[in-house]
Design a protein around this ligand. Structure first.
Ligand SMILES: [Zn+2]
Length: 402
């Protein structure tokens, strides 16, 4: 064995002979075999020292009344996988703690395969009771591959964990969540926070959905309105400069994007310098920045509902007076949705927690860029920020002390 090159897999040919055959997709079992696969099946297992280990077995096929002719399921591997469960569970855990290149080097598979493994671990590994005891929920969307597709995420505000997710961002996407939650548990939700778009609200208000819940607009999404408006103002100015062929100034404004959009406390030295320069120059962009910051500050302190209400009114008149179109629109939206914003404040739907969670999601989404599908990106989010207890192979097969 020592002469084998470590890249050559060492195969273990097993004889898999359970008397009852199991359908890989449901709980159907039978003693009757349909036939035996003419070729043996192979699974990539955990390395044995420097050797890559493969498990081989000749599997039988069964005739399930629902799923028809299928290769029998085995307890040591997930359906349609060429990796053993032990291998996949290890990869699922490593993906949440290790960077991409180190992981691929250690387990000797490419990043796309990691994505496919993550999807399978997510399908079976999440806590079965994750949808129970849900009283205050949060709904959010994240974009994957810069708007190539979107993922809807539902979190439990009490645990700050994501409990559900699916590709898409429309009303029908959230309908799937309520279908899974069921009528009774949906009726138990007392409050649900979301962005101010119409899609999620439409779903939440449907019959058998969150009918008893107060719809809240959490501060995170309110501030996001102003951040988007500020970016619009910046882009308009930049485009004007561009048209006037003032390339130097145009470039400066383009570079100022993060200095303006990030929270002042999160700026690096260069960004802080850029911001100081913008302040000295004053003008439209600085006015827009001050409006964004004014709105953000409404939610940073521990203010009462009445105080927030007063500050929001003040912000809305400021926005109106600014005559900056994007901000005038923000002011109007806030006026219209004020009751929902105040409900979020009253219920203590925490901005910092939400913002922290959102930041972590964005980091995960960046890592998931090379995956083949948004569902794999969702898998990485759920394995990192969802209710899951990663059980490693040696922990599962622990021999009890005599
Ligand atoms: Zn079946």
């Amino acid at each position: 064995m020592e002469e084998l090159h470590c890249r050559t897999p060492v195969s273990i040919l097993g004889h898999y002979s359970r008397s009852r055959l199991t359908c890989p997709l449901c709980s159907f079992t039978t003693k009757a075999r349909y036939d035996t696969r003419p070729v043996s099946s192979t699974w990539h297992h955990l390395d044995l020292g420097r050797w890559q280990l493969e498990i081989q077995a000749n599997l039988r096929r069964i005739d399930c009344p629902v799923h028809r002719i299928r290769v029998e399921g085995v307890p040591y591997a997930r359906t349609s996988s060429h990796f053993t469960k032990d291998f996949e569970d290890l990869v699922g855990w490593l993906a949440t703690t290790m960077d991409k290149s180190s992981l691929c080097r250690l387990v000797r598979i490419d990043w796309d395969s990691v994505g496919r493994i993550i999807e399978r671990v997510m399908a079976t590994g999440l806590d079965q009771r994750r949808l129970d005891n849900l009283f205050v929920a949060g709904v959010d969307e994240v974009s994957w591959r810069k708007g190539h597709s979107y993922i809807t995420l539902v979190s439990n505000h009490a645990t700050s964990k994501f409990i559900w997710g699916k590709e898409g961002k429309d009303s029908a996407t959230l309908d799937c969540f309520f279908d899974e939650l069921g009528k009774e548990r949906s009726a138990e939700i007392t409050a649900i926070s979301m962005d101010m778009g119409p899609a999620y609200e439409k779903s939440a208000k449907k019959e058998h959905h969150a009918i008893n819940a107060i719809i809240c607009y959490d501060p995170f999404h309110v501030v996001q309105l102003a951040t988007t408006a500020l970016d619009k103002v910046r882009r308009e100015i930049w485009q004007e400069m561009h048209k006037l062929k003032d390339q130097d100034t145009a470039r400066k404004f383009k570079g100022a994007r993060w200095a303006l959009l990030k929270n002042p406390g999160d700026l690096n030295d260069d960004q802080a310098t850029t911001l100081r320069k913008l302040k000295r120059q004053g003008g439209t962009l600085w006015r827009a920045y001050k409006l964004k910051e004014a709105l953000r500050e409404v939610f940073t302190g521990d203010l009462t509902q009445e105080e927030v209400s007063e500050l929001l009114d003040r912000f809305c008149s400021m926005a109106q007076r600014s005559r900056l179109k994007p901000f005038v629109k923000v002011g109007q939206t806030i006026r219209k949705r004020k009751a929902g914003i105040l409900a979020a404040v009253r219920l203590g739907i925490n901005n910092a927690t939400h913002e922290g969670l959102n930041r972590r999601v964005r980091l995960i989404i960046n890592r998931a860029y090379g995956f083949h599908s948004a569902n794999a990106a969702l898998g990485l989010i759920m394995l990192t920020l969802g209710p899951i207890e990663h059980v490693l192979p040696h922990e599962r097969y622990q021999i009890p002390d005599p």
